[in-house]
Design a protein around this ligand. Structure first.
Ligand code: THU
Length: 132
């Protein structure tokens, strides 16, 4: 599974986003260490806080299926006319992903212009229990 294929999987997942309130549709695709892909889209609710980001939908789907080891997450998100711009995971999603792999690769952008990050770099000094 290449980064390009994982971004394409996130773009496909984005098609199922339920985002009638923000109109900001996000897709995520999470690659396990042994090569499986779990995807998710954002799901919004009329009361707002009950909604969930695409990244956590993908992560929790994978964890609930028994997965624990993750290599890379691809994220794509944009409003109607902004396709291809990078979309970074929110702070809450960074914390949730940090739980399973502090060195997770986080990729975003378009298939032809992929930006690559390491979770620890974009979530420095994250909470992992007591101490640094
Ligand atoms: N959202 C995600 O799904 N992932 C992100 O990384 C950023 C934000 C969702 C939450 C909400 O449904 C919409 O995008 C606008 O914030």
């Amino acid at each position: 599974m290449t980064d390009r294929q994982l971004i394409e999987a996130a773009m496909a997942a984005r098609k199922n986003a339920y985002a009638p309130y923000s109109d900001f549709a996000v897709g995520a695709a999470l690659l396990t260490e042994d090569g499986k892909v779990y995807s998710g889209s954002n799901v919004e609710c009329v009361n707002y806080p009950s909604g969930c980001c695409a990244e956590r939908v993908a992560l929790y789907t994978a964890v609930a299926a028994g997965e624990r080891k993750f290599k890379t997450i691809a994220v794509t998100g944009w409003k109607r006319d902004e396709a291809g711009k990078p979309c970074m995971p929110c702070g809450m999603c960074r914390q949730a992903l940090y739980e399973f792999n502090t060195e997770l690769r986080v990729i975003t952008g378009s298939p032809d212009d992929i930006k690559v990050f390491i979770l620890r770099d974009i979530f420095p000094y994250g909470f992992g229990g007591y101490g640094l």
